[in-house]
Design a protein around this ligand. Structure first.
Ligand code: SF4
Length: 702
């Protein structure tokens, strides 16, 4: 209980990639009151059900309050000394690749920056990966193939300036609610047409003008068919293609061979020919078209190809980098984009530089004065946990994420955590993952920590503390710097505030930057503490002097060696695992409207739990009838990786042969209910992102 109400803090929601601004204060009775920030350009005062309930998540229930070693409470010094010593000994004995960090899109950019610097610059391994690998790694890989760098060409305002918005593999109504509300509000005035492409009839599909319930894994065929249609009907922007791209002929050649007629596409995608025709004609005729895509595209063993199939259609029509048009990936987490910027993915270095070019590696090494710069990519998430299980990774530090539930083949991940020699977990609450920790480090939660995040439209915003840390919890960046200093890397990690880390992050982006790179945020390298504190939400690249931000790709030049975007010829590869007589149903996974990730925060709010109190398996009437299942029955769902039990809900929203299980539940909230236990660890060859959807399962009555 505080004695006087606090002033309102201007911060951001820690949930999805929309990145809504939040005003938060502590009332005299200690209650935390939140409201949408009317001045934040992502949400203009709106909040969804999850954001509006943030004040109810700040209690101490379940919080980690003091460090623990082997389940016993210890001092910070004892815990930090042990972690630093075990990591140092492991590296000395087995080399830098015997240790790994698995981090999170929940980390702030400053946390991400020092974690990446420690692993890639000072330990000397690429073994730092993030749970964003499960979220948008295929978009990153697709952007790099097409544009040369991980550029997100669109901004939210494009959805409000478009005449056609295609949402593919995106249940935005539930997963990016405020952005979706902005789209619906615009439609009222502008008459925007909305097409939803999704095997499932979602809340988003309900509001659409046209819903294409394609068969799982047929997205490439659908967009190849669109590319062939654009070429066939004269809808290609020949001038743009000639001046600003390469590879058009190859991509169209493959698309034409694969999708020679509308009838072929319709048959291959499980759609009516009239629906395919309507979509293609609408896209061809609508200059201002935005294609929004999300996990239904990315979470696939062929997700990168799907991304490029979409981008190909925008390149062919020259609809990219201009008002109201473009392909647009929306991220699942609040700071997935900030993690991308500092190199939180195992295959990126820092400031969007990579391992492929040795001059970039050398540049980062010079800037960091790194004693042991990593020269090659590290283990991506799925491989990292395999390596923890088979002994190649002997010391693993997990920060702010719950892989024991969220990873595919989660049973094997839990076994790997048990087998790994030394597991450190720094987190806010106890989770299924903390059960496996040798050392637990209590981290500061939302409301207690300060730093910055970047949302899906590249808008940097501040998260600001307005609560004291619970117990002895510390900010993630401080914990990481404490360990780095104990490992002997003192000066390079002598930060005393997040603003100093932010300045170094910005300075690295500008370091030896010849002006060709599009990610120059060097203007922020000299940001004073007071200016960092007052920082207003801003899209990067920042304008040189006042005025509007510069639209990425607006000048038709791309950060490839020849300045041209690349068409990528992609072929339809289908799903990683096909259904068969033993497992005849394709299980889809995703979010519920009111829950977030593994429910460590939203699961503690009664009004959010009230809507969906338990995990429910949505199943098509035909499949339910075949198995003799009725509404409310308990079903046993098994894949080749594991099994779960869930209550049945028969729904015409499911196509026959498909089912849906929310991703959120775990042992903490319902026994045997984790969708991750069922999911396949098969990954995309380019992005390493696993196919968390389309899992062949058998469903029967318990
Ligand atoms: Fe938070 Fe996303 Fe909801 Fe905005 S839309 S309030 S960022 S969960």
């Amino acid at each position: 209980v505080v004695e006087a109400p606090s002033a309102e803090a201007r911060t951001t929601c820690p949930y999805c990639g929309v990145g809504c601004g939040v005003l938060a204060r502590v009332a005299a009775d200690g209650e935390v009151i939140v409201r949408g920030d009317p001045e934040h350009p992502a949400n203009f005062g709106r909040l969804c059900s999850k954001g509006a309930a943030l004040g109810e998540t700040t209690g101490l229930e379940g919080r980690l309050l003091v460090p623990e070693i082997g389940g016993r409470e210890k001092s910070w010094d004892e815990a930090l000394d042990l972690v630093a010593r075990r990591f140092r000994e492991t590296i000395d004995r087995h080399g830098p690749d015997s240790v790994a960090f698995y981090v999170s899109g929940q980390l702030l950019t400053e946390d991400y920056y020092v974690a990446n610097k420690l692993m890639k610059g000072f330990i000397g391994s690429g073994n730092i990966d993030t749970n964003s690998r499960l979220c948008m790694a295929s978009s990153v890989a697709g952007h790099r193939r097409a544009f040369g760098e991980d550029i997100v060409p669109g901004i939210y305002a494009d959805l409000e300036e478009a005449d056609l918005v295609v949402l593919t593999g995106s249940n935005a109504a539930w997963c990016h609610p405020v952005l979706y509300q902005r789209l619906l509000a615009t439609r009222q005035k502008r008459g925007t047409r909305i097409v939803v492409i999704d095997p499932r009839r979602t809340a988003t599909a309900d509001e659409s003008d046209h819903h294409l319930a394609l068969d799982p894994g047929t997205d490439v065929l659908l967009f190849n068919g669109l590319l062939a249609h654009l070429a066939r009907t004269g809808a290609v922007d020949d001038d743009f293609v000639a001046a600003a791209t390469t590879g058009f002929a190859d991509a169209v050649g493959v698309a034409r061979a694969e999708a020679s007629s509308l009838a072929d596409v319709a048959a291959g995608c499980g759609l009516a020919e009239a629906d395919v025709r309507l979509f293609y004609e609408l896209f061809a005729a609508t200059e201002r078209s935005v294609t929004v895509y999300s996990q239904g595209v990315n979470q696939s063993a062929h997700g990168t190809d799907k991304v490029n199939a979409i981008i190909n259609c925008h390149l062919a029509t020259g609809r990219i980098g201009r008002l109201g048009m473009g392909p647009f990936s929306v991220t699942g987490q609040p700071n997935a984009m900030g993690g991308r910027e500092v190199g939180g993915l195992a295959n990126q270095l820092a400031a969007h530089m990579g391992f492929e070019q040795s001059d970039e590696v050398d540049r980062v090494a010079r800037f960091w004065k790194a004693p042991a710069i990593a020269r090659q990519a590290g283990l991506k998430a799925v491989d990292m946990f395999r390596a923890a299980g088979d002994g190649r990774v002997k010391a693993l530090w997990i920060m702010g994420t719950n892989p024991a539930v969220s990873m595919p083949d989660a049973g094997r991940v839990r076994a790997a955590l048990k087998d790994c020699e030394f597991v450190v977990v720094s987190d806010v609450t106890r989770t299924d993952t903390t059960l496996h920790a040798d050392v637990l480090l209590p981290a500061a939660a939302w409301g207690e920590k300060s730093g910055s995040v970047t949302n899906s439209e590249r808008r940097m915003s501040r998260q600001r503390a307005f609560l004291p840390s619970a117990g002895s919890a510390r900010a993630d960046w401080r914990i990481i710097c404490d360990i780095a200093q104990r490992m002997g890397f003192g000066d390079a990690f002598a930060f005393d505030e997040p603003a100093a880390i932010f300045r170094e992050h910005a300075a690295l982006s500008a370091f030896e930057n010849d002006g060709k790179r599009l990610f120059d945020i060097g203007a922020l390298a000299s940001l004073a503490d007071a200016a960092y504190e007052q920082f207003v939400p801003s899209i990067w690249p920042l304008p040189k002097s006042g005025g509007q931000h510069r639209r990425l790709l607006g000048e038709g030049r791309f950060p490839t060696p020849d300045g041209r975007a690349r068409f990528v010829a992609v072929r339809q590869e289908g799903v990683a695992l096909a259904v068969d007589v033993h497992r005849p149903v394709a299980l889809n996974t995703g979010r519920s409207r009111d829950q977030w990730h593994t429910m460590t925060r939203t699961g503690r709010v009664p009004r959010l739990m009230a809507n969906t109190a338990e995990p429910t398996l949505e199943i098509a009437p035909q499949d339910a009838a075949r198995e003799g299942l009725a509404d409310g029955d308990l079903a046993h769902v098994s894949s080749r990786y594991g099994f779960v039990r869930a209550k049945v809900s028969i729904s015409a929203n499911q196509k026959s042969g498909s089912a849906f299980l929310p991703m959120h539940w775990s042992g903490q909230f319902a026994a045997n209910a984790g969708a991750g236990s069922l999911a396949s660890p098969l990954t995309d060859a380019f992005s390493g992102q696993p196919e968390l959807k389309n899992v062949p399962v058998r469903i029967f009555r318990e």
